[in-house]
Ligand binder design. Structure first.
Ligand SMILES: C[S@@+](CC[C@H](N)C(=O)[O-])C[C@H]1O[C@@H](n2cnc3c(N)ncnc32)[C@H](O)[C@@H]1O
Length: 282
């Protein structure tokens, strides 16, 4: 079975990611979806898990100097590369943040009896705070006209909560551009099979309906979860968050990817990414 997959392109440092993945794959693949999103002057856009910022910069060009664009990523080295790369159009704010990390939440106990509260306070060792279990983006409600998320929801455990957050930070009618590794072709056990005994070549589909989480070492001692979910799971979670799919694309792999996958005879006919364009309900 082959190992060439878009997932491998996270197995590099930020600099390599920027110099290989970005020109060979992200740039050619993202042009059409960005056109579908039809970003306009003065719009506010956030790129969730922006990596080295390829889509962030493309969005900044499209909304122009009157727009405002934010790129958020958990990895300091990605943000460093993103910041150091020249960009045009809208001003870009780069933020290092965990798109799925819960914010600190103050837990407040309410009781009308002061005596009860005093006892509770003594037992708890004073006022306390805790971390809530939901994903959280560090932005206000309706802060953006468009949200972009490219190849990151596979790395987020709390995907439903994170999608709910996308719905929350979008204006009613706002657009959401979601790129995923194609779940039908990226589940565990899937891949191109070259059976030299039976002289058969085919793409094997693994246990697609079974959700699965693997920890992948993307660099030495740096692990990211890779969560497989059927496509319907994402689409239904989006609907629950008020995000309704208007368009879906399964782009053919670009030449830069095909050059790395010469062993797959039919590589050009097998989509490895899926792009969903959704609108938040009004
Ligand atoms: C495959 S890269 C995609 C980067 C970028 N969207 C692009 O298309 O070039 C996945 C990115 O997700 C980021 N990431 C993973 N989990 C994250 C989280 N919980 N919050 C924010 N960023 C995260 C990683 O640091 C990495 O930059």
């Amino acid at each position: 079975m082959t190992s060439a997959t878009y997932r491998n392109y996270t197995e590099t440092g930020a600099q390599l990611y920027q110099s290989f993945f970005v020109p060979a794959i992200a740039t050619p693949v993202s042009g059409e979806p960005l056109a579908v999103a039809n970003l306009q002057a003065r719009e506010r856009v956030v790129d969730v898990a922006c990596g080295a910022g390829v889509l962030t910069r493309a969005a900044a060009e499209r909304v122009g100097a009157t727009g405002a664009v934010t790129g958020v990523d958990i990895a300091a080295d990605m943000i460093e590369v993103a910041r150091a790369t020249p960009a045009g159009g809208a001003p870009i704010e780069w933020r290092q943040a965990d798109a799925s990390a819960p914010p600190p939440v103050r837990v407040v106990g309410v009781d009308q009896a002061w005596a009860q509260l005093a006892v509770a306070r003594r037992r708890a060792g004073g006022p306390s705070s805790a971390r809530a279990g939901a994903a959280a983006l560090p932005f206000g409600d309706g802060a953006f006209d468009a949200v972009v998320a490219c190849l990151v929801f596979e790395h987020i455990d709390e995907a439903d909560a994170a999608l709910a957050e996308v719905g929350r930070v979008l204006q009613p009618g706002g657009r959401f551009l979601l790129f995923l590794n194609h779940p039908l072709l990226e589940e565990p056990g899937s891949g191109w099979i070259d059976d030299t005994i039976l002289e058969e070549q085919y793409w094997r589909i693994g246990p697609y309906l079974v959700e699965d989480k693997a920890m992948e070492e993307v660099e030495k001692d740096r692990f990211l979860p890779f969560v497989h979910r059927p496509l319907s799971r994402n689409i239904n979670a989006m609907a629950d968050a008020g995000l309704f799919v208007r368009r879906m694309e399964e782009p053919a792999p670009p030449p830069g990817f095909l050059a790395r996958a010469q062993e797959y005879r039919d590589a050009a006919t097998i989509p490895r990414l899926v792009f969903l364009f959704a609108r938040r309900s009004r």
